[in-house]
Design a protein around this ligand. Structure first.
Ligand SMILES: *Cc1c(COP(=O)(O)O)cnc(C)c1O
Length: 353
């Protein structure tokens, strides 16, 4: 067989179950952005909802609408909006919307949908990517309450994103978030009762290690895909198993070198051979062998093998194959990137659907 990617959905479901147990009583939202971190958004979304997640974080409104079209009726949260985002369609499809600014709030409030838009106001707690600054926050909250009075929005959440920086930075961001929540309460946002907005801040890292950051909901991503968010423990150490296995076949053998049928165009990072990295390996014939070249369509490894033999580029690690985490180390990048850049031109095969 030729190059392919296997996705073990049961491994993914077990990871989600374990994370949901860690987060409880906080709810679990699963991040499926970047096409489910390269695993395929729809099968991953379904598997997440079968195993303890009750909502999905989808980046933008078009992705949320694609999930709705596929029949997913769980809560969907989209937070990155462009100038041409069709808010009316998103609101009518009952997509919860992150809101970072008054401009966005007004576009959403005035979208003319036949129902109130569920909005989650974002405070910037240090990432400076988006979110309202502490100066702009009171006006954003006040105007959201006014739109709520008029039935155009429903204040469904207050949120931010922890940067996975140092513990000191995360503690500072948590304090900023708590201060912003207190400001919102002072302006009249109810903090008790059924109309209370959801508070959410943590992704994988804080969701696992910072209980005080869990609030109502944790937005888990990378840990569910079997990559640790921490430097001091790998995914297996966290009890997570990588669902993705990338396999390749020998297409040419010449002396002590063989070529495998995938390359940089399929997502194998050429930087593993650059100054920042070395030592990349694959599993071939039950042994780890060194990668010696990364071409566009092939990689070369130092090994003796026959055409048609199969190699594992990365996987969960239990047969001795490298993990995506190891590839990230060799390439000088993060595991998210190794997974998400795995090209869609490689067929995905779903196991344990
Ligand atoms: C990507 C993302 C997550 C998940 O982050 P991980 O570190 O992968 O767990 C959660 N929330 C938001 C807003 C994100 O962009």
């Amino acid at each position: 067989m030729s190059a392919r990617i296997e996705i073990d959905l049961e491994a993914f479901r077990q990871n989600v179950r374990a994370l949901a147990t860690i987060a409880a009583p906080a709810r679990t939202m699963l991040a499926v952005k970047a096409d489910g971190y390269g695993h395929g958004m729809l099968p991953i979304a379904r598997a997440a909802l079968q195993s303890g997640a009750d909502s999905l974080a989808v980046l933008d409104a078009p992705a949320a609408l694609a999930l709705r079209d596929a029949g997913i009726d769980a809560q969907l949260f989209a937070w990155l909006h462009g100038r041409d985002t069709d808010f009316r369609a998103a609101i009518e499809a009952d997509v919860d919307l992150g809101v970072s600014s008054l401009v966005e709030l007004r576009r959403i409030g005035e979208a003319g949908a036949g129902r109130p838009a569920a909005v989650h106001l974002k405070i910037d707690t240090g990432l400076h990517r988006n979110g309202a600054s502490p100066e702009d926050w009171p006006a954003l909250v006040g105007e959201a309450l006014a739109y709520q009075e008029r039935g155009q929005v429903r204040l469904a959440g207050l949120w931010s994103h922890l940067a996975d920086a140092s513990p000191a930075d995360d503690a500072a961001a948590l304090a900023e978030f708590q201060a912003a929540v207190a400001v919102a309460a002072g302006i009249g946002v109810p903090m008790e009762g059924p109309d209370r907005p959801l508070l959410h801040l943590a992704a994988s890292s804080a969701g696992i290690r910072m209980p005080e950051a869990r609030f109502d909901l944790v937005r888990f991503g990378i840990a569910a895909y079997g990559v640790s968010p921490f430097d001091d423990v790998d995914a297996r150490g966290l009890g997570m198993r990588a669902p993705m296995t990338m396999r390749a076949s020998v297409i040419a053998a010449d002396g002590g070198t063989v070529a495998l049928d995938l390359g940089s165009a399929d997502g194998v990072p050429p930087s593993v051979l650059g100054p920042s990295g070395s030592g990349a390996e694959v599993l071939l014939g039950g042994r780890r062998v060194s990668v010696t070249a990364v071409g566009i369509d092939t990689i070369e490894v130092a090994a003796t093998a026959s055409v048609g033999d199969e190699a594992i580029v990365f996987g969960p690690g239990d047969q001795g194959e490298p993990t995506a985490e190891e590839w990230a180390g060799w390439a000088g990048t993060i595991g998210d990137e190794i997974l998400a850049r795995a090209s869609t031109r490689i067929p995905r095969i779903y196991l344990n659907e």
